[in-house]
Design a protein. Structure first.
Lengths: 335, 283
């Protein structure tokens, strides 16, 4: 019971409040900007060269006003907004009319989830193992050269790193295809051939996400292990004749991994944004590409849907990581 | 002077200082440019690099070298606006939260944490779409500054929290120093180096985000920045056509800038941390 009261319930309240904060920001953006969002969108559509009959234009203005929920007072709008959200209704995509936003997102989501989960897991595990080893053997030559590589990769933003990798491996040496999640016209199936095709085409976006993520984990883990190694209890264990294996496995790794779990939870939002950007660079058919297309075509409903869904997904993922934390830290006990 | 000499002993500081000086010189050169950066077709299109056109010309009929000088200058202007405004927010929030504590602290930190975990990139895209018609360097800078402060506010708060527990705080309050004066006169000197190092990181973050927003066409494409320059090259398929100088100029400039800024900030913060300074300089 104390676990519920002291940990779970406050954490759940925080979760709900952060969701509320994020979605309220999404609600406020079209209302706080100086220009009328409906007219802005119409202007945008005209500028993109889509011609419409006057009657259709009136209809679109009415639809837009309704879709933004811009009828009535702000409080009415706010309630209506939440009402639609609870029905899981993000409205209709303007430019893939009359496809529903939900359906577009549902097609793209598996691609993003697959890419994101695989790369985050590989980057986190490999970065931490390499960082731990490099931190423990910090005087060795290979440790220093890995550190130097990380110093160069770490500051690069997702966009530039992905683009540089694309230039190098797809244009200059031509080892990998330039775009896409699978070959054009490949039919999704549970066959080995299709699977291989997807991996082949997703290799570059995945590689760029893994290298960047691993570099960040490598650096922090190396620093932590170096510090833990210098702690008194490690020195004492060494002097007391505890075997090196045991010191590394039981004393150092278990202490060093905790901040990395917290770090993973905190950086999930960043990793997710990075994955979207990487998808755009490689034209990978996930949420990022969907976002790119919807920005280019000014499909505001679709952007709103993607944003709200992402806020929900990220905060939930962070909640799950946080809730598993007591499993790793024996000092955190709530019973 | 001794500080500078110690800093220059670190090869990272030396290299990054050198690179940043070159980049600043490029930015200053833009004032002497023979062409107007907003005009198209001032030079022949798609020329290879030559003595006349140092880095060749692009498909819009602009000289790539001079365009790059404007791009560097504008990117730096956006970054400086965004980074300095968000520093003001971060310092205010961090100091108020750290010094007052209690409910104010809880509320401010809740907002910080909220902004940290929400995928801000998407929110930024929504905002940028809404103000697209009014987009210019200053608006973009202010827009990015709204999102650049939460992490740094948290860091500054934690420093203030530890300073508040030190003896000199009690001496100052007991001898009648007001809160504002205490924070400005006593705490500011302790936090200035930290604020400076977050400033550098923030500049780098803003330049990267500007390039990403340019990829989406959410900035004014007629104002040359590193982002818009690269975006024009991508729109004209410069990679497929083998116009490498056009694509590589913004990419290489950006990569050097990011690495130099990062090395500068790590080098400075390692110098500021007495434990790592002893390892490195030996004083």
């Amino acid at each position: 019971m104390t676990f519920l009261k002291r940990y779970l319930i406050p954490r759940l309240i925080q979760y709900v409040m952060i969701l509320w904060l994020g979605i309220t920001i999404v609600f406020l953006i079209p209302r706080l900007t100086p220009n009328d969002p409906v007219m802005a969108m119409i202007g945008e559509m005209r500028a993109r060269g889509s011609t419409l009959e006057p009657g259709a234009m009136d209809g679109i203005i009415r639809d837009l006003t309704e879709m933004y929920g811009l009828e009535g007072s702000w409080s009415d709008q706010y309630w209506a907004f939440w009402g639609r959200l609870f029905h899981g209704d993000f409205g209709v995509s303007f430019f893939n009319f009359p496809t529903r936003v939900n359906q577009l997102i549902a097609t793209a989501l598996p691609w993003t989830l697959g890419l994101l989960l695989t790369t985050t897991a590989i980057a986190w595990i490999s970065g931490n193992i390499l960082g731990g080893l490099a931190g423990y053997f910090s005087r060795k030559g290979w440790s220093r050269s890995l550190d130097a590589i990380a110093m160069v990769i770490r500051p690069l933003p997702y966009y530039i790193f992905a683009f540089a990798l694309l230039l190098l491996l797809a244009f200059v040496v031509r080892w990998f295809p330039v775009t896409g999640g699978s070959s054009l016209g490949a039919i999704p199936s549970f066959s080995w051939a299709y699977f291989k095709n997807v991996i082949w085409h997703s290799f570059l976006p995945a590689l760029s996400l893994i290298i960047l993520g691993a570099a960040v984990n490598f650096q922090t883990m190396k620093l932590i292990v170096q510090n833990v190694k210098a702690e008194n209890f490690v020195q004492y264990a060494k002097l007391g004749g505890v075997t090196e294996d045991r010191i590394v496995n039981r004393y150092i790794i278990r202490n060093a991994i905790l901040p990395q779990i917290t770090g993973l939870a905190l950086s999930l939002g960043l990793i997710f944004s990075g994955a979207l950007i990487t998808e755009m660079v490689f034209s990978y058919p996930g949420l990022g590409m969907l976002l790119y297309n919807s920005v280019i075509r000014a499909d505001y409903n679709l952007i709103m849907g993607i944003t709200i869904l992402s806020i929900f997904g990220i905060t939930t993922a962070i909640l799950i990581v946080d809730l598993t934390y007591p499993l790793f830290d024996p000092r955190v006990r709530y019973y | 002077m001794k500080v500078l000499r110690d800093l220059f002993r670190d090869y990272r500081f030396f290299i990054s200082f050198f690179v940043l000086v070159i980049i600043l010189i490029l930015a200053v050169l833009s004032f002497f440019a023979p062409y107007d950066p907003t005009l198209w077709n001032v030079v022949p299109k798609n020329q290879a690099p030559s003595m006349k056109y140092l880095l060749g010309t692009d498909s819009n009929g602009q000289d790539i070298f001079w365009q790059a000088t404007f791009a560097v200058r504008n990117s730096l202007i956006i970054a400086l606006i965004a980074a300095s405004v968000s520093r003001v927010i971060a310092v205010l929030v961090g100091m108020v939260a750290g010094y007052t504590g209690g409910n104010t602290d809880r509320l401010l930190m809740f907002i910080c944490d909220g902004l940290l975990v929400i995928p801000l990139f998407l929110i930024l895209v929504m905002l940028a779409m809404m103000v697209r018609q009014h987009m210019n360097l200053v608006v973009l800078g202010l827009l990015l500054s709204v999102f650049g402060w939460p992490w740094d506010a948290r860091v500054i708060r934690s420093v203030i929290l530890s300073l508040r527990e030190l003896d000199f705080t009690k001496t100052a309050t007991l001898s009648g120093t007001g809160t504002v004066k205490l924070v400005l006169n006593e705490y500011m000197p302790h936090t200035t180096p930290l604020i400076f190092s977050t400033l550098i990181n923030n500049i780098s973050w803003v330049i990267g985000l500007e390039m990403t927003l340019a990829l989406l066409g959410l900035v004014n494409v007629n104002v040359p920045t590193l982002g818009t320059m690269l975006n024009w090259a991508i729109i004209y398929q410069a990679m497929f056509l083998g116009r490498w100088f056009w694509v590589l100029t913004p990419v290489v400039l950006a990569v050097f800038m990011f690495i130099a800024l990062y090395w500068l900030s790590t080098s400075i913060s390692e110098y500021l941390d007495p434990r790592t300074r002893i390892q490195r300089v030996g004083v």
